[in-house]
Design a protein around this ligand. Structure first.
Ligand code: UDP
Ligand code: MG
Length: 322
């Protein structure tokens, strides 16, 4: 593989005026080091995506872009959310870049891991996940909920790398693969493993937010988690089927019990038929619902129009090309 590939670092920003000057300074230094040691192309850039900020974020990006050749930006017309900001950055950068790194604006993720990511990229690895090796800087609540969330996701059969956020390097072909996923409800950290290709992890310690406040309040976090579960799994629908089966089983047992009681002549009039029908009908209704649910689940996976395969190597076409 030829060296000096073009790197674009994508930084989503929502009301980040407090951290931007420092972020630009530190990230620029990393880029300069990489350019000077001939590890990346001199055209490599920092791409700041302003996600409809209400403060001076965009003015800052514009000003810095005049004095600092590394700084570029795109601006959203309104707030579309973190995941869409990342996607827009990738869509814009992929045409010119050989590798793309996404990182939050608040410097919580250790930017020194970028050197290791780039080195691994040159070893031929397509996706390099930044994984935090501690969560000491998170609140106990965030740590517990994150742990429970990753546990639940893996039980639901969704393959995500625990403790990896949206800090990662992706090669051009992996980014193009990711962009061919046409779904609207984005949960990038679940989608990236689906792209496949060789991958590796780089560990780092997560720091406190450098300045400003978290842009992910509890409400946004819950929505994000629910999006993750419902965009990736139809297991909740299957749970309804199982519940329906259990209730029908209970219904049958109660039916037999009620008949026995009736034969013994120890019941009030009407009790037997009420008992038996209530549970049976309840169970049958649940099963019917889940059958409909199964079809909705199928429609749900169809409308996403995810690519059905991604070819890593193709000797057939290569032979025609030479
Ligand atoms: N962000 C964004 N749009 C939003 C919310 C957040 O672009 O609607 C960006 C934010 O500027 C930051 C990153 O997403 O660069 C992660 O947000 P934050 O650090 O506030 O999340 P936390 O680390 O608290 O989970
Ligand atoms: Mg943060």
């Amino acid at each position: 593989m030829k060296k000096k590939d073009l790197l674009t670092v994508i930084v989503p920003c929502y009301n980040e005026e407090a951290v931007l000057p420092e972020t630009i300074k530190e990230l620029s230094q990393v880029m300069i080091n990489l350019i000077e040691s001939s590890q990346i192309n001199t055209q490599s850039k920092l791409l700041f995506v302003d996600d409809g900020s209400k403060d001076k974020t965009w003015n800052l990006i514009q000003e810095y872009s005049k004095s600092n050749n590394l700084v570029t930006g795109i601006k959203f017309s309104r707030n579309y959310g973190h995941q869409n900001a990342l996607l827009a950055g990738m869509t814009t950068a992929v045409q010119y870049s050989d590798m793309i790194i996404t990182i939050d604006a608040d410097l919580q993720d250790d930017i020194n891991a970028i050197y290791e990511m780039v080195a691994k990229y040159y070893e031929g690895i397509d996706v390099i996940y930044g994984v935090r090796n501690n969560r000491k800087t998170d609140t106990v609540f965030k740590r517990r909920t994150a742990l429970a969330f990753y546990g639940l996701m893996s039980k639901l059969g969704v393959d995500i790398i625990p403790n990896s956020a949206d800090y990662r390097l992706m090669s051009k072909r992996a980014t193009e693969g990711l962009l061919s996923f046409k779904e609207r409800n984005l949960f990038l950290r679940g989608m990236v493993p689906l792209v496949g290709y060789p991958s590796a992890k780089v560990y780092y310690a997560r720091k406190e937010r450098f300045a400003g406040e978290s842009k992910y309040p509890l409400k946004k976090m819950i929505k994000f988690a629910l999006d993750g579960i419902t965009s990736f799994s139809t297991v909740p629908i299957k749970l309804i089927t199982n519940l329906g089966l259990v209730i029908v089983f209970i219904g049958i047992c109660l039916f037999i019990y009620a008949i026995v009681r009736k034969i013994e002549g120890q019941v009030t009039v009407g009790w037997t038929s009420l008992m038996a029908s209530m549970w049976l009908i309840g169970g049958i209704q649940l099963i019917c619902l889940s059958v409909i649910g199964e079809y909705i689940g199928k429609i749900f996976t169809e409308v996403k129009q995810r690519p059905r395969f991604m070819i890593e190597e193709d000797i057939y076409s290569d032979k025609f090309k030479c």
